[in-house]
Write a protein that binds this ligand. Structure first.
Ligand code: NAD
Length: 343
């Protein structure tokens, strides 16, 4: 008869905890990442344990069901709180919406850090905490500091690559933390991504992620502006995109995520599907806020970043239906402003 998760835990709680990984936050990104992590860990060592947790318990239950339907012998359990997750697992990955949820999961009652503090007397193995949420750098550093005071290792490991990259296991992880924590986390991250870049001490992964998305958010707007102006001047969008993409204006926003239908004949950017299936405008606004807020706290000038943040906010005020659409739909907003019907 196959051993149940609880039976194994009862047999040797300490050994089982060392072999168990928890995943908290099974949303659009987290469910795909957890799937790859658990699949790869399961094929490596079928007797390793998995624990899943989400504020919406049905998300965790449906994740467990779908995994067990394919691998009935898998040791996978649903828990209700982050505290239960860290009691059962020596490695915990979190993928949450933003700063408030990370604070709740790590620092509030039933959270990870209070549970780690209460472990002190039991002296369990060192816990590895991996947070892949995109959140405020200062909040992340404070949480990591508190985790380290509780003798855990913690890294910030935000991702780029979106839901498609999470599903394909090709995410890029940008990592901040001690080198010891990075080395311990690398094999786990490699189960979910292809590029794992060590950026420096705690908060460095998030800093790099926020700076990158600042560039991206600004570029997407200026590409939309140029594509609109070009058409107003009588240019064919495919000709204009071809010129930009082979000239000094080339960038991802123009060559991969061009916002004008038919401008990239060999590609299929979100604009070809009514801006469905890319990086949501709501998430871009969140990242622009993170950039402008931290820049203001550090007195680092961000005139274009601030203008971009204001523009994306205006887009959503005027057209709330674009919140879930790809952020290149800023083009649609500008086109409506021009009152013109190009493309
Ligand atoms: P999501 O809202 O789909 O998922 C978040 C999950 O966290 C949900 O299942 C929610 O129920 C759960 N959650 C919230 N509070 C919780 C709590 N207190 N305890 C346990 N679970 C809780 O978000 P997402 O799109 O998966 O994004 C997650 C993170 O990844 C965000 O920080 C986002 O900025 C970043 N990100 C997203 C993308 C993308 O394309 N979606 C790309 C790169 C980075």
């Amino acid at each position: 008869m196959k051993p149940t998760f609880r039976a194994l835990q009862a047999l040797d709680r300490c050994t089982m905890r060392a072999r168990t990984t928890a995943f908290i936050g099974l949303g659009r990104m987290g469910s795909e990442m957890a799937h790859n992590l658990f699949l790869n860990k399961f094929s490596e060592s079928p007797d390793s344990g998995f624990v899943v947790c989400d504020a919406i318990p049905e998300s965790a239950v449906s994740f467990q069901r779908s995994f067990l339907s394919r691998f009935p012998e898998a040791l996978i359990e649903v828990v209700r709180t982050p505290e239960e997750a860290v009691r059962a697992s020596a490695t915990v990955v979190t993928m949450l919406p933003s700063s408030p949820e990370v604070q709740t999961v790590y620092t509030e009652s039933n959270g990870i850090i209070p549970a780690l503090r209460s472990f002190a007397a039991d002296k369990p193995q060192q816990t590895l905490l991996i947070d892949s949420t995109t959140l405020d750098v200062d909040v992340a550093r404070r949480v990591a500091g508190a985790a380290e005071e509780s003798k855990a290792l913690m890294i910030d490991a935000p991702v780029s690559g979106g839901v498609a990259g999470a599903k394909a296991g090709t995410l890029s992880f940008l990592v901040g933390g001690t080198e010891a924590a990075f080395r311990k986390a690398e094999p786990i991250l490699s189960h979910m991504g292809k590029r794992i870049i060590y950026c420096g001490s705690s908060g460095a992964g998030l800093s790099a992620k926020i700076c990158n998305n600042l560039v991206l958010g600004v570029q997407q707007i200026v590409v939309a502006e140029a594509m609109l102006l070009g058409q107003a001047l009588g240019l064919d969008p495919a000709v204009l995109a071809g010129v930009i993409n082979s000239s000094t204006g080339a960038c991802w926003a123009s060559s991969v995520n061009n916002p004008v239908p038919s401008s990239l004949p060999d590609k299929s950017p979100p604009c070809e599907r009514d801006y469905e299936g890319g990086f949501a405008t709501a998430l871009m606004i969140k990242d622009m806020r993170l950039a402008t807020d931290i820049a203001s706290a550090r007195s680092s000038p961000l005139p274009l970043g601030q203008a971009a943040r204001d523009l994306y906010a205006r887009v959503l005020k005027v057209s709330p239906e674009l919140a879930r659409k790809d952020f290149s739909s800023v083009y649609r907003y500008l086109k409506d402003l021009s009152g013109d019907g190009h493309d």
